[in-house]
Design a protein around this ligand. Structure first.
Ligand code: ADP
Ligand code: ASP
Ligand code: MG
Length: 422
Protein backbone atom coordinates (compact mmCIF):
# COMPACT_ATOMS: atom_id res chain seq x y z
CA UNK A 1 0.00 0.00 0.00
CA UNK A 2 1.32 3.37 -0.96
CA UNK A 3 0.37 6.98 -0.39
CA UNK A 4 -0.28 8.50 -3.80
CA UNK A 5 -1.13 12.06 -4.81
CA UNK A 6 -3.02 12.58 -8.07
CA UNK A 7 -3.37 15.99 -9.67
CA UNK A 8 -5.94 16.63 -12.41
CA UNK A 9 -5.75 19.74 -14.58
CA UNK A 10 -8.58 21.89 -15.87
CA UNK A 11 -9.26 19.98 -19.09
CA UNK A 12 -9.28 16.70 -17.17
CA UNK A 13 -11.94 18.23 -14.89
CA UNK A 14 -13.67 20.02 -17.78
CA UNK A 15 -17.18 18.51 -17.55
CA UNK A 16 -19.23 16.37 -15.20
CA UNK A 17 -18.55 13.44 -17.50
CA UNK A 18 -14.80 13.97 -17.20
CA UNK A 19 -15.10 14.39 -13.45
CA UNK A 20 -16.91 11.06 -13.34
CA UNK A 21 -13.97 9.54 -15.22
CA UNK A 22 -11.51 11.05 -12.76
CA UNK A 23 -13.57 9.58 -9.92
CA UNK A 24 -13.51 6.13 -11.53
CA UNK A 25 -9.75 6.33 -11.99
CA UNK A 26 -9.14 7.45 -8.42
CA UNK A 27 -11.51 4.78 -7.11
CA UNK A 28 -9.53 2.17 -9.05
CA UNK A 29 -6.33 3.25 -7.28
CA UNK A 30 -8.01 3.37 -3.89
CA UNK A 31 -9.55 -0.07 -4.36
CA UNK A 32 -6.10 -1.40 -5.19
CA UNK A 33 -5.24 -0.52 -1.60
CA UNK A 34 -3.55 2.87 -1.99
CA UNK A 35 -4.17 5.88 0.21
CA UNK A 36 -5.29 8.59 -2.18
CA UNK A 37 -5.01 12.37 -2.01
CA UNK A 38 -6.37 14.16 -5.06
CA UNK A 39 -5.66 17.76 -6.04
CA UNK A 40 -7.83 19.03 -8.89
CA UNK A 41 -7.77 22.34 -10.78
CA UNK A 42 -10.80 24.41 -11.59
CA UNK A 43 -12.84 23.21 -14.58
CA UNK A 44 -11.18 24.41 -17.79
CA UNK A 45 -11.84 28.05 -18.60
CA UNK A 46 -13.24 28.73 -15.15
CA UNK A 47 -10.28 30.63 -13.71
CA UNK A 48 -10.20 32.86 -16.81
CA UNK A 49 -13.94 33.42 -16.55
CA UNK A 50 -13.71 34.39 -12.88
CA UNK A 51 -10.77 36.74 -13.38
CA UNK A 52 -12.55 38.18 -16.41
CA UNK A 53 -15.52 39.14 -14.24
CA UNK A 54 -13.22 41.06 -11.93
CA UNK A 55 -11.60 42.86 -14.84
CA UNK A 56 -15.00 43.89 -16.21
CA UNK A 57 -15.57 45.82 -13.02
CA UNK A 58 -12.10 47.31 -12.64
CA UNK A 59 -9.62 46.71 -15.47
CA UNK A 60 -6.28 46.33 -13.72
CA UNK A 61 -4.65 47.52 -10.63
CA UNK A 62 -1.42 46.82 -8.86
CA UNK A 63 -2.75 47.38 -5.38
CA UNK A 64 -2.69 44.65 -2.78
CA UNK A 65 -6.32 45.32 -2.05
CA UNK A 66 -7.26 44.45 -5.64
CA UNK A 67 -5.01 41.40 -5.78
CA UNK A 68 -6.52 40.12 -2.53
CA UNK A 69 -9.96 40.11 -4.09
CA UNK A 70 -8.70 38.41 -7.25
CA UNK A 71 -7.56 35.54 -5.04
CA UNK A 72 -10.86 35.49 -3.20
CA UNK A 73 -12.64 35.19 -6.55
CA UNK A 74 -10.29 32.82 -8.40
CA UNK A 75 -10.04 30.36 -5.51
CA UNK A 76 -13.72 29.47 -5.89
CA UNK A 77 -13.05 27.63 -9.16
CA UNK A 78 -11.13 24.90 -7.37
CA UNK A 79 -13.64 24.83 -4.52
CA UNK A 80 -16.36 23.80 -6.96
CA UNK A 81 -14.08 21.14 -8.45
CA UNK A 82 -13.26 19.43 -5.16
CA UNK A 83 -16.90 19.30 -4.10
CA UNK A 84 -17.97 17.83 -7.44
CA UNK A 85 -15.19 15.25 -7.43
CA UNK A 86 -16.04 14.22 -3.89
CA UNK A 87 -19.68 13.69 -4.84
CA UNK A 88 -18.63 11.73 -7.91
CA UNK A 89 -16.44 9.49 -5.75
CA UNK A 90 -19.25 8.96 -3.27
CA UNK A 91 -21.46 7.99 -6.19
CA UNK A 92 -18.82 5.36 -6.98
CA UNK A 93 -19.31 3.95 -3.53
CA UNK A 94 -16.16 5.49 -2.05
CA UNK A 95 -15.80 7.49 1.12
CA UNK A 96 -14.49 10.90 0.13
CA UNK A 97 -14.09 14.32 1.70
CA UNK A 98 -13.04 17.63 0.16
CA UNK A 99 -11.15 20.54 1.65
CA UNK A 100 -10.28 24.03 0.50
CA UNK A 101 -6.64 24.96 1.01
CA UNK A 102 -7.46 27.06 4.07
CA UNK A 103 -9.18 24.14 5.76
CA UNK A 104 -6.14 21.86 5.61
CA UNK A 105 -4.51 24.39 6.17
CA UNK A 106 -1.97 25.10 3.44
CA UNK A 107 -0.18 28.16 4.78
CA UNK A 108 1.35 30.68 2.40
CA UNK A 109 2.90 34.12 2.46
CA UNK A 110 0.70 37.11 1.60
CA UNK A 111 1.87 37.71 -1.96
CA UNK A 112 -1.60 37.63 -3.50
CA UNK A 113 -1.86 36.05 -6.96
CA UNK A 114 1.63 34.57 -6.57
CA UNK A 115 1.83 33.33 -3.02
CA UNK A 116 4.40 30.80 -1.88
CA UNK A 117 3.55 27.82 0.26
CA UNK A 118 5.23 28.00 3.67
CA UNK A 119 3.85 24.96 5.45
CA UNK A 120 1.17 22.30 5.27
CA UNK A 121 -0.45 20.73 8.30
CA UNK A 122 -1.36 17.22 7.26
CA UNK A 123 -2.98 16.00 10.50
CA UNK A 124 -6.53 16.26 9.25
CA UNK A 125 -5.70 14.62 5.94
CA UNK A 126 -3.88 11.76 7.62
CA UNK A 127 -6.80 11.12 9.94
CA UNK A 128 -9.18 10.92 6.99
CA UNK A 129 -6.87 8.60 5.09
CA UNK A 130 -6.58 6.38 8.13
CA UNK A 131 -10.38 6.28 8.26
CA UNK A 132 -10.39 4.96 4.69
CA UNK A 133 -11.39 8.16 2.93
CA UNK A 134 -10.14 9.61 -0.31
CA UNK A 135 -9.08 13.19 0.47
CA UNK A 136 -9.58 15.88 -2.14
CA UNK A 137 -7.78 19.19 -1.69
CA UNK A 138 -8.19 22.32 -3.80
CA UNK A 139 -5.24 23.14 -6.01
CA UNK A 140 -3.87 26.65 -6.49
CA UNK A 141 -4.55 28.15 -3.08
CA UNK A 142 -3.81 28.55 0.59
CA UNK A 143 -4.25 30.92 3.48
CA UNK A 144 -1.87 33.58 4.82
CA UNK A 145 -0.97 34.32 8.42
CA UNK A 146 -3.85 36.80 8.70
CA UNK A 147 -6.43 34.37 7.38
CA UNK A 148 -6.67 35.77 3.86
CA UNK A 149 -7.18 33.37 0.97
CA UNK A 150 -4.22 33.41 -1.42
CA UNK A 151 -3.51 31.80 -4.78
CA UNK A 152 -0.23 30.43 -6.08
CA UNK A 153 -0.08 31.90 -9.59
CA UNK A 154 -1.48 30.50 -12.82
CA UNK A 155 -0.94 26.79 -13.16
CA UNK A 156 -0.45 26.63 -9.38
CA UNK A 157 -2.37 23.41 -8.82
CA UNK A 158 0.74 21.52 -9.90
CA UNK A 159 2.57 23.16 -7.03
CA UNK A 160 -0.22 22.38 -4.55
CA UNK A 161 -0.07 18.72 -5.52
CA UNK A 162 3.70 18.42 -5.27
CA UNK A 163 3.77 20.38 -2.01
CA UNK A 164 1.14 18.10 -0.48
CA UNK A 165 3.09 15.07 -1.72
CA UNK A 166 6.27 16.50 -0.18
CA UNK A 167 4.61 17.34 3.14
CA UNK A 168 3.06 13.90 3.40
CA UNK A 169 6.12 12.07 2.06
CA UNK A 170 3.93 10.48 -0.58
CA UNK A 171 5.34 7.59 -2.54
CA UNK A 172 4.54 9.31 -5.82
CA UNK A 173 2.88 12.39 -7.25
CA UNK A 174 1.12 11.83 -10.56
CA UNK A 175 0.24 14.89 -12.62
CA UNK A 176 -2.63 13.94 -14.94
CA UNK A 177 -3.11 16.32 -17.85
CA UNK A 178 -4.35 16.62 -21.44
CA UNK A 179 -1.10 15.38 -23.02
CA UNK A 180 0.47 12.01 -22.26
CA UNK A 181 3.72 13.37 -20.87
CA UNK A 182 6.47 15.92 -21.32
CA UNK A 183 7.42 16.37 -24.96
CA UNK A 184 10.53 17.66 -26.69
CA UNK A 185 8.47 20.82 -27.20
CA UNK A 186 4.81 21.81 -27.02
CA UNK A 187 3.07 19.24 -29.28
CA UNK A 188 0.49 21.88 -30.15
CA UNK A 189 3.19 23.86 -31.97
CA UNK A 190 5.26 21.00 -33.36
CA UNK A 191 3.18 17.92 -34.21
CA UNK A 192 6.39 15.88 -34.61
CA UNK A 193 7.36 16.53 -31.01
CA UNK A 194 8.22 13.35 -29.17
CA UNK A 195 7.30 12.26 -25.70
CA UNK A 196 10.25 11.82 -23.34
CA UNK A 197 10.12 8.71 -21.17
CA UNK A 198 12.28 10.48 -18.62
CA UNK A 199 13.53 14.00 -18.18
CA UNK A 200 16.08 15.09 -15.61
CA UNK A 201 14.92 17.35 -12.84
CA UNK A 202 17.31 20.08 -13.96
CA UNK A 203 16.05 20.00 -17.53
CA UNK A 204 12.44 20.06 -16.37
CA UNK A 205 13.25 23.03 -14.18
CA UNK A 206 14.71 24.91 -17.15
CA UNK A 207 11.87 23.91 -19.49
CA UNK A 208 9.29 25.10 -16.95
CA UNK A 209 11.10 28.33 -16.19
CA UNK A 210 11.53 29.06 -19.89
CA UNK A 211 7.85 28.72 -20.68
CA UNK A 212 6.78 25.06 -20.95
CA UNK A 213 3.52 25.31 -19.07
CA UNK A 214 3.08 21.58 -18.68
CA UNK A 215 4.36 21.98 -15.10
CA UNK A 216 4.40 25.16 -13.07
CA UNK A 217 8.01 26.00 -12.22
CA UNK A 218 7.43 26.02 -8.48
CA UNK A 219 6.10 22.48 -8.57
CA UNK A 220 9.40 21.36 -10.10
CA UNK A 221 11.34 23.31 -7.47
CA UNK A 222 9.38 21.54 -4.72
CA UNK A 223 9.93 18.16 -6.33
CA UNK A 224 13.67 18.84 -6.43
CA UNK A 225 13.94 20.16 -2.91
CA UNK A 226 12.00 17.29 -1.34
CA UNK A 227 12.83 14.61 -3.90
CA UNK A 228 9.20 13.93 -4.70
CA UNK A 229 8.87 11.18 -7.31
CA UNK A 230 6.97 13.01 -10.03
CA UNK A 231 5.33 11.78 -13.23
CA UNK A 232 3.32 13.58 -15.91
CA UNK A 233 0.71 11.44 -17.66
CA UNK A 234 -2.58 11.52 -19.52
CA UNK A 235 -6.01 11.64 -17.94
CA UNK A 236 -7.47 10.60 -21.28
CA UNK A 237 -6.43 6.97 -21.26
CA UNK A 238 -9.38 4.65 -20.46
CA UNK A 239 -9.90 4.88 -16.71
CA UNK A 240 -9.88 1.11 -16.34
CA UNK A 241 -6.43 0.35 -17.79
CA UNK A 242 -4.28 -1.74 -15.49
CA UNK A 243 -2.65 0.28 -12.72
CA UNK A 244 0.75 -1.27 -13.45
CA UNK A 245 0.56 -0.02 -17.02
CA UNK A 246 -0.74 3.40 -16.00
CA UNK A 247 1.98 3.75 -13.36
CA UNK A 248 4.66 3.34 -16.03
CA UNK A 249 3.13 5.64 -18.64
CA UNK A 250 3.92 9.30 -19.31
CA UNK A 251 7.16 11.01 -18.34
CA UNK A 252 9.10 10.45 -15.15
CA UNK A 253 11.14 13.33 -13.73
CA UNK A 254 14.43 11.76 -12.67
CA UNK A 255 16.98 12.98 -10.17
CA UNK A 256 19.92 10.99 -11.40
CA UNK A 257 21.55 11.55 -14.73
CA UNK A 258 21.80 8.24 -16.50
CA UNK A 259 23.94 7.47 -19.50
CA UNK A 260 21.12 7.63 -21.97
CA UNK A 261 20.30 11.16 -21.02
CA UNK A 262 23.86 12.30 -21.46
CA UNK A 263 23.69 11.40 -25.11
CA UNK A 264 21.02 13.93 -25.96
CA UNK A 265 22.73 17.29 -26.36
CA UNK A 266 19.45 19.15 -26.56
CA UNK A 267 16.45 17.53 -24.88
CA UNK A 268 13.78 20.10 -25.49
CA UNK A 269 12.73 23.48 -26.76
CA UNK A 270 10.78 25.97 -24.71
CA UNK A 271 9.29 29.28 -25.67
CA UNK A 272 7.28 32.06 -24.15
CA UNK A 273 5.47 35.17 -25.21
CA UNK A 274 5.20 36.58 -21.73
CA UNK A 275 7.97 39.12 -21.91
CA UNK A 276 8.50 42.60 -23.32
CA UNK A 277 11.74 44.33 -24.23
CA UNK A 278 12.72 47.76 -22.99
CA UNK A 279 15.67 49.75 -24.31
CA UNK A 280 17.11 52.81 -22.62
CA UNK A 281 18.82 54.69 -25.44
CA UNK A 282 21.71 57.09 -25.40
CA UNK A 283 22.92 56.30 -21.90
CA UNK A 284 26.23 57.97 -20.96
CA UNK A 285 28.65 55.03 -20.82
CA UNK A 286 30.12 55.23 -17.34
CA UNK A 287 30.36 52.93 -14.33
CA UNK A 288 27.15 52.34 -12.46
CA UNK A 289 24.55 52.66 -15.19
CA UNK A 290 23.35 49.06 -14.98
CA UNK A 291 22.87 49.57 -11.28
CA UNK A 292 21.08 52.87 -11.74
CA UNK A 293 18.63 51.38 -14.22
CA UNK A 294 18.10 47.91 -12.84
CA UNK A 295 18.35 48.98 -9.19
CA UNK A 296 15.33 51.22 -9.65
CA UNK A 297 13.45 48.45 -11.42
CA UNK A 298 14.25 45.92 -8.70
CA UNK A 299 13.16 48.38 -6.02
CA UNK A 300 9.76 48.49 -7.69
CA UNK A 301 9.64 44.69 -7.35
CA UNK A 302 9.83 44.09 -11.07
CA UNK A 303 11.72 41.00 -12.20
CA UNK A 304 14.21 41.44 -15.02
CA UNK A 305 15.12 38.55 -17.27
CA UNK A 306 17.45 38.96 -20.25
CA UNK A 307 19.89 41.89 -20.14
CA UNK A 308 21.99 43.36 -22.92
CA UNK A 309 24.34 46.29 -22.92
CA UNK A 310 25.69 47.37 -26.28
CA UNK A 311 29.18 48.64 -26.96
CA UNK A 312 29.36 52.36 -26.63
CA UNK A 313 29.50 54.77 -29.47
CA UNK A 314 30.81 58.27 -28.85
CA UNK A 315 30.51 57.74 -25.10
CA UNK A 316 26.87 56.66 -25.28
CA UNK A 317 25.35 53.21 -25.17
CA UNK A 318 21.97 51.46 -25.36
CA UNK A 319 20.87 49.27 -22.50
CA UNK A 320 18.15 46.67 -23.07
CA UNK A 321 16.37 44.20 -20.84
CA UNK A 322 13.17 42.19 -20.73
CA UNK A 323 10.42 42.15 -18.10
CA UNK A 324 7.11 40.33 -17.85
CA UNK A 325 4.53 41.90 -20.16
CA UNK A 326 2.30 42.64 -17.19
CA UNK A 327 5.07 44.87 -15.81
CA UNK A 328 5.88 46.56 -19.10
CA UNK A 329 3.82 49.75 -18.77
CA UNK A 330 4.87 50.20 -15.15
CA UNK A 331 8.55 49.79 -16.04
CA UNK A 332 8.45 52.27 -18.92
CA UNK A 333 6.74 54.82 -16.71
CA UNK A 334 9.22 54.30 -13.91
CA UNK A 335 12.15 54.77 -16.29
CA UNK A 336 10.67 57.89 -17.87
CA UNK A 337 9.76 59.59 -14.61
CA UNK A 338 12.54 58.53 -12.25
CA UNK A 339 15.53 57.07 -14.03
CA UNK A 340 15.88 58.98 -17.29
CA UNK A 341 16.21 62.46 -15.77
CA UNK A 342 18.90 61.34 -13.32
CA UNK A 343 20.77 59.27 -15.85
CA UNK A 344 20.84 61.82 -18.62
CA UNK A 345 19.79 59.16 -21.15
CA UNK A 346 18.01 60.09 -24.36
CA UNK A 347 14.86 58.02 -24.39
CA UNK A 348 13.13 54.78 -23.53
CA UNK A 349 11.87 52.53 -26.31
CA UNK A 350 9.87 49.35 -25.89
CA UNK A 351 8.67 46.35 -27.80
CA UNK A 352 5.98 43.99 -26.56
CA UNK A 353 5.98 41.86 -29.69
CA UNK A 354 8.93 39.69 -28.79
CA UNK A 355 9.28 36.11 -27.68
CA UNK A 356 11.98 34.04 -26.10
CA UNK A 357 12.92 30.68 -27.58
CA UNK A 358 15.26 28.38 -25.69
CA UNK A 359 17.06 25.10 -26.18
CA UNK A 360 17.56 23.01 -23.06
CA UNK A 361 19.73 19.99 -22.39
CA UNK A 362 22.16 18.72 -19.76
CA UNK A 363 24.24 17.37 -22.64
CA UNK A 364 25.13 20.97 -23.53
CA UNK A 365 27.54 20.96 -20.60
CA UNK A 366 29.91 18.66 -22.37
CA UNK A 367 29.39 19.78 -25.96
CA UNK A 368 30.75 22.86 -27.62
CA UNK A 369 29.15 24.61 -30.56
CA UNK A 370 25.56 23.95 -29.53
CA UNK A 371 24.68 27.63 -29.35
CA UNK A 372 26.34 28.18 -32.72
CA UNK A 373 24.19 25.43 -34.25
CA UNK A 374 21.17 27.19 -32.82
CA UNK A 375 22.16 30.53 -34.33
CA UNK A 376 22.83 28.90 -37.69
CA UNK A 377 19.40 27.24 -37.78
CA UNK A 378 17.77 30.59 -37.02
CA UNK A 379 19.82 32.46 -39.58
CA UNK A 380 18.89 29.90 -42.24
CA UNK A 381 15.28 30.87 -41.62
CA UNK A 382 16.20 34.56 -41.84
CA UNK A 383 15.30 35.13 -38.19
CA UNK A 384 17.06 38.04 -36.55
CA UNK A 385 18.29 37.50 -32.99
CA UNK A 386 17.78 40.51 -30.74
CA UNK A 387 19.23 39.21 -27.49
CA UNK A 388 21.01 36.09 -26.30
CA UNK A 389 21.44 34.56 -22.90
CA UNK A 390 23.12 31.31 -21.96
CA UNK A 391 23.69 29.12 -18.96
CA UNK A 392 25.27 25.73 -18.52
CA UNK A 393 22.31 23.80 -19.83
CA UNK A 394 20.34 26.27 -21.92
CA UNK A 395 20.62 28.97 -24.56
CA UNK A 396 17.81 31.46 -25.07
CA UNK A 397 17.27 34.02 -27.80
CA UNK A 398 14.86 36.91 -27.95
CA UNK A 399 13.31 37.29 -31.40
CA UNK A 400 10.33 38.92 -33.10
CA UNK A 401 7.16 37.23 -31.86
CA UNK A 402 5.91 36.60 -35.38
CA UNK A 403 8.74 34.11 -35.98
CA UNK A 404 8.15 32.09 -32.84
CA UNK A 405 6.59 28.99 -34.35
CA UNK A 406 8.99 29.03 -37.28
CA UNK A 407 11.94 29.21 -34.90
CA UNK A 408 10.68 26.42 -32.65
CA UNK A 409 10.07 24.12 -35.63
CA UNK A 410 13.44 24.94 -37.20
CA UNK A 411 15.27 24.22 -33.96
CA UNK A 412 13.32 21.03 -33.35
CA UNK A 413 14.51 19.84 -36.75
CA UNK A 414 18.05 21.16 -36.41
CA UNK A 415 18.62 19.16 -33.23
CA UNK A 416 16.90 16.02 -34.58
CA UNK A 417 14.44 16.05 -31.75
CA UNK A 418 11.82 14.21 -33.74
CA UNK A 419 14.23 11.33 -34.25
CA UNK A 420 16.21 10.58 -31.13
CA UNK A 421 15.23 7.64 -29.03
CA UNK A 422 14.92 8.76 -25.46
P1 ADP B 1 -3.46 21.27 -17.04
O1 ADP B 1 -4.74 22.00 -17.19
O2 ADP B 1 -3.63 19.79 -17.00
O3 ADP B 1 -2.62 21.79 -15.91
P2 ADP B 1 -1.80 22.74 -18.90
O4 ADP B 1 -2.53 23.36 -20.04
O5 ADP B 1 -1.42 23.62 -17.77
O6 ADP B 1 -2.67 21.50 -18.40
O7 ADP B 1 -0.48 22.00 -19.41
C1 ADP B 1 -0.56 21.03 -20.45
C2 ADP B 1 -0.22 21.69 -21.75
O8 ADP B 1 1.13 22.10 -21.75
C3 ADP B 1 -0.32 20.81 -22.96
O9 ADP B 1 -1.63 20.74 -23.48
C4 ADP B 1 0.68 21.42 -23.94
O10 ADP B 1 0.06 22.20 -24.93
C5 ADP B 1 1.53 22.36 -23.07
N1 ADP B 1 2.96 22.12 -23.21
C6 ADP B 1 3.90 23.09 -23.37
N2 ADP B 1 5.10 22.57 -23.50
C7 ADP B 1 4.97 21.23 -23.40
C8 ADP B 1 5.89 20.14 -23.45
N3 ADP B 1 7.20 20.33 -23.60
N4 ADP B 1 5.39 18.88 -23.30
C9 ADP B 1 4.09 18.67 -23.12
N5 ADP B 1 3.17 19.67 -23.07
C10 ADP B 1 3.60 20.94 -23.21
N1 ASP C 1 -7.01 27.01 -12.07
C1 ASP C 1 -5.72 27.65 -11.97
C2 ASP C 1 -5.32 28.25 -13.32
O1 ASP C 1 -6.07 28.16 -14.28
C3 ASP C 1 -4.66 26.74 -11.43
C4 ASP C 1 -4.32 25.57 -12.32
O2 ASP C 1 -5.07 25.23 -13.24
O3 ASP C 1 -3.29 24.94 -12.05
O4 ASP C 1 -4.29 28.83 -13.43
MG1 MG D 1 -1.36 23.44 -15.73
Amino acid sequence: MALIVHKYGGTSMGSTERIRNVAKRVAKWARAGHQMVVVPSAMSGETNRLLGLAKELAPQSHTDAYARELDMIASTGEQVSVGLLSIALQAEGMQAVSYAGWQVPIKTDSAYTKARIESIDDARVRADLAAGKVVIITGFQGIDALGNITTLGRGGSDTSAVAVAAAMKADECLIYTDVDGVYTTDPRIVPEARRLHTISFEEMLEMASLGSKVLQIRSVEFAGKYRVPLRVLSSFTPWDIAIEEEAKSGTLITFEEDEKMEQAVVSGIAFNRDEAKITVMGVPDKPGIAYQILGAVAEANIDVDVILQNVSHEGKTDFSFTVHRNDYARTVELLNTKVLPELGAEKVAGDTRICKVSIVGIGMRSHVGVAAAMFRALSEEGINIQMITTSEIKTSVVIDEKYMELAVRALHRAFDLDQQAS
